[in-house]
Ligand binder design. Structure first.
Ligand SMILES: CC(=O)SCCNC(=O)CCNC(=O)[C@H](O)C(C)(C)COP(=O)(O)OP(=O)(O)OC[C@H]1O[C@@H](n2cnc3c(N)ncnc32)[C@H](O)[C@@H]1OP(=O)(O)O
Ligand SMILES: N[C@@H](CCO)C(=O)O
Length: 351
């Protein structure tokens, strides 16, 4: 299906890939079949060398040109006039891919709370199926931040020499207890919603609001809130920071569901590139692609040292840092710095 692009000259397609073959998950469970919603921008060039594969973060979707609009689009760093850009909605997420509200073909009913646990390795396997389906033999660059970076690392490991560059932003080779702890507080918020356990798409939505409010405090830096959410008058209540977090919670709950959120946060928790591969250092050293690991100086969730670790242990690694008060989410916001970092990374390869 072709959709009308906001740019008349650029081709944009949106489709759903259906895999009728089972996906054997790391947990030992099996997903009998699955869908992946995906979007492409631009066209594959004659020598099939211009594929840019974007991997979204926790609550993103496949419309990469919308949520990464400072990086992807006409005259942006990744320009669909030159690149064939693909982004697929990750397994477990609710934007066109198989997720807890999808029908389990074995029972004929939605999975709901019995949706299998998925790892970032499983999610990468899902993307690999789509790559094969699209007959893409070579990926010029994959790029992803946070959860998208975790999946990106797993996929870079699997792709071996089918990938030239992996750009991993604000992410990690193995999820630290700090992040698992924050994710657990968010799941506790969801569990405390009295509708959690019910069998409908709004189950746990109030809890999801609280979960997102907690998460926002890990995606921002205290200085960011200080700058944007300080109150001018001598207030005793109704602080801006409070309404900001409530608003952010409501905003997410309108577009996401608690079961997908739960599933993907569990996926993030058990991310470990080195599992059954001799540890993180060993696994990183086996990645054949050039790896650009980008940290954010104010990231309180995935620390810059975790991105440095990635760059130090892959065989061809570069580390760059975004300087920002925005915190973790700077990778979704600081487009100018990001474009500059990417430009210097690709230039360095030519020399
Ligand atoms: C269908 C879809 O949307 S698909 C998925 C799109 N999202 C993704 O892909 C996930 C990645 N993106 C993100 O996480 C975010 O969009 C980011 C990080 C890029 C930017 O976050 P934002 O929420 O836009 O930025 P910020 O933290 O500055 O908050 C601004 C919002 O808070 C509101 N706000 C700011 N201060 C306050 C306050 N004191 N009280 C209430 N609301 C406030 C603003 O009005 C604004 O609202 P809006 O989003 O309705 O315009
Ligand atoms: N803000 C990101 C999560 C942090 O990487 C998202 O909502 O996808």
């Amino acid at each position: 299906m072709n959709l009308k692009s906001q740019y008349a000259s650029i081709t944009m397609t949106q489709d759903i890939f259906h895999s009728s073959l089972p996906l054997h998950l790391e947990s030992g469970e099996i997903l009998p079949e699955f869908d992946l919603g995906y979007t492409t921008y631009g066209q594959l060039n004659a020598d099939k060398s211009n594929v840019i594969w974007v991997i979204h973060a926790l609550t993103g979707d496949s419309n990469a040109q919308e949520w990464w609009n400072g990086l992807i689009g006409e005259d942006k760093f990744f320009d669909p006039s030159n690149h064939f850009i693909i982004c697929a909605n990750l397994l477990g997420s609710c934007y066109g891919s198989t997720q807890p509200f999808s029908e389990n073909p074995i029972t004929g009913k939605p999975y709901y709370y019995k949706f299998p646990q998925m790892t970032t390795r499983d999610l990468a396997q899902g993307l690999e199926r789509l790559r094969i389906h699209l007959k893409i033999e070579y990926i010029h660059s994959l790029i992803g931040g946070s959860l998208g970076g975790q999946v990106g690392l797993e996929w870079a490991y699997l792709l071996e020499n089918k990938l030239k560059n992996a750009i991993i932003l604000a992410s990690t080779a193995k999820t630290k207890p700090w992040v698992i702890g924050f994710n657990e507080t968010q799941r506790m918020a969801i569990e405390s919603d009295c509708t959690w356990g019910e069998f409908h798409e709004r189950a746990g939505q109030k809890g999801l609001e609280t979960a997102r409010a907690i998460a926002m405090l890990t995606y921002r830096h205290p200085l960011d809130l200080e700058t944007k959410q300080s109150d001018q008058s001598n207030k005793l209540d109704d602080f801006r920071a409070a309404s900001y977090l409530r608003y952010q919670g409501q905003k997410l709950a309108k577009r996401f569901n608690a079961l997908s959120y739960w599933t993907l946060s569990k996926t993030m928790d058990c991310h470990d590139l080195g599992r059954n591969r001799g540890g993180s250092e060993e696994a990183l050293s086996k990645i054949l692609a050039n790896v650009l690991a980008i940290g954010v100086n104010s990231d309180l969730l995935f620390l810059p040292s975790e991105s440095q670790f990635i760059s130090q242990h892959v065989s061809r690694g570069t580390y760059k840092e975004i300087s920002s008060n925005a915190g973790h989410d700077a990778f979704l916001i600081e487009f100018e710095q990001l474009s500059y970092i990417l430009k210097s990374f690709y230039l360095q390869q030519k020399n």
